[in-house]
Design a binder for this molecule. Sequence first.
Ligand code: SAH
Ligand code: F3S
Length: 452
Amino acid sequence: MPSAYIKTYGCQMNERDSEAVAAQLVAKGYDLAQSEHQADVILLNTCSVRDQAEQKAFGKMVNLAKETKRSRPHTVLGFMGCMAQSRGQSLIDKLPDVDLVLGTQKFHRAGDYLDQILTGERRKICDIEAEQGSESTIRDHLSIGKDTNGSISAYVSIMQGCNQHCTFCIVPFTRGHERSRPIEEIVAECRELVAAGAKEIVLLGQIVTSYGKREISTQNGKSAFVQLLEAVHEIDGLERIRFTSPHPKGYGDDLIEAYGCLPKLCASAHIPVQSGSDRVLKLMHRGYTRERFLEIIGKLRKVNPNIGITTDIIVAFPGETDADFQKTLSLVEEVQFDNAFVFKYSPRQDTPAAAMANQIPTEVNEQRHAHLLNKVSEIGSNRYQRYLDQTVRILVEGPSRRNPNRLQGRTTCNKIVVFEGHDRHVGQLLDLKIYRAGLFTLYGDPAILNLD
Ligand code: SAH
Ligand code: F3S
């Protein structure tokens, strides 16, 4: 059977889609290649959210085409995901060595299309059509039925698409409008994962707080999303629930209260704020004000003062003045985020912001990015220092990314902790004493209680 290699760019949603495609191919009898240099099929699962992400995947494909043409001309090359969706056939026109372009609603067709290409039945395939029910097709997991330890924390896709149409964002074009899976279907998938060894479930969607808005009515003041959290919470053997990405407008009191009543719901929230200036928030079509955002943070910290709070921020949105940027800085100062992803605004095809006047010059964009990043690191590092000599409980996930001889896990507040441990610790909840705090990483020693 042929072997396949999938390289993933972008968000957790993409990682999840790649895993589902890989599981589908394995079920058909494919081997998963260890590297692109040995594979018969190479797929790039792409991201379109910023121009740089597209350039990277495109450049990679140019190199792959050159390399495989020389040494392995029968290798099948494909783009899938967001860039495949937004650029379609033009990718094959520009790079004639590409055989497959698979859109975001077609991941479940990957296996059939690859068969057709490998048997010579079809030479090139581009499918970026919409497909009804495709939100329920991302359900296969590599971990189920196999002995892997990558399954301690498992991603589950609960919805596809986004209707918010923030003026800078390409996601509503690449992922389509919001479509949610039924609660029972999601719970069944989570149960299977827990039965296969998962201890943590991460619920995924582009705007998870809008989950089930049209399909599932509010009950006792609880939104569909909170109903889903409660249903997943009931699963025996599951230790932790996380989700990403929410939208601030989804932080109603029902969700805030859920942090107090659902012990398995992790004490962390990644809430993208994007800007600290009301004027810019309005131009972005975000649907909340600075004051409302601060109110949400205040309420969350009232429920749990230690909750980990992280965010996304875009600098140099069209028309952003120095005064607007100062407001973002002051917001960051006021909230004291544990961490923030800071992005340089990048104009995206067909988005309203790309056509706005007053695009900000690159140098200013870069200066603001560096300035804000400094501020975020300074605050983050102070917040991490506070953990020194404290005992924290982590869920051990597996080898540390940077040093495979060590293990890593996360606190409920989503802080990564690295420590010297044994394989038998993987999947356990472990208490560690923090002896060093790096920038966005903690280092711990097993606390005396766990020394068995
Ligand atoms: N809710 C989505 C958001 C996807 S984009 C999700 O996480 O699934 C992730 C982040 O990229 C956004 O929160 C925003 O901060 C940033 N981003 C989106 N479009 C951008 C653009 N055109 N330029 C720069 N950053 C952007
Ligand atoms: Fe994009 Fe805004 Fe939706 S950032 S994913 S349009 S909430």
